[in-house]
Design a protein. Structure first.
Length: 198
């Protein structure tokens, strides 16, 4: 088989997988959303304390980005509604095995996961051009910026601090890590996303 033939065959597989995803029943799609909520909870337990901020580094953003691309806008967003909503009412799957608290400096980020997942899923589904590496990286980084926006606004409210202080605490320490997460997710998603309409 030629290289071109192999690429076309792989593209056919990718299209079939996403057609199968779209053909799932409502209950199956909701279950997939819940599975990715659980994955986000597991990723939250990958946790490191940075010396320059009270906000821990976690693996949550990686799971949020991946869920948005794999599930699309509605069910990617729903996965994060499950994650945040269930965590807020007592499921201990936030960072450090904790449940939600409105007094936590991480609450803003959690709220930002939901619109970020909707945005990334919508942009990825909108056009095949969004499913190439550099387009994916840009879309994912814009999603990260949405998370940063909610996170920093909440830190400003909680700590009564200004924009620069919130940026120093809530954004700056995580930029390099989240760029790496976006690149990593893009390497995965360009391998599985169809480059044609499905």
């Amino acid at each position: 088989m030629s290289l071109d033939g192999g690429v076309k065959k792989w593209e056919g597989y990718r299209v079939l997988v996403f057609q199968y995803r779209d053909a799932l029943s409502l209950a199956e799609k909701i279950m997939m959303s819940f599975v990715f909520a659980v994955l986000t909870g597991l990723a939250a337990q990958v946790r490191f304390i940075l010396p320059v901020t009270p906000i821990p580094f976690t693996g949550q953003v990686f799971a949020v980005l991946l869920s948005a691309v794999v599930l699309g806008r509605f069910y990617g967003g729903l996965s994060q509604i499950f994650y945040v909503g269930l965590g807020m009412i007592g499921v201990p799957w936030f960072s450090g095995g904790l449940a939600g608290s409105l007094l936590s400096p991480t609450t803003g980020y959690l709220l930002g996961f939901i619109p970020a997942a909707f945005f990334i899923g919508w942009m990825t589904e909108k056009t095949p051009l969004a499913r190439h590496f550099f387009s994916q990286v840009l879309i994912l980084l814009l999603g990260v910026c949405i998370i940063y926006f909610f996170g920093s606004i909440y830190v400003m409210i909680l700590t009564h601090s200004g924009v620069m202080k919130a940026f120093t605490i809530a954004v700056y320490p995580f930029i390099i890590f989240d760029i790496f997460k976006a690149l990593s997710v893009s390497l995965i998603t360009i391998a599985i996303l169809p480059k044609t309409r499905y």
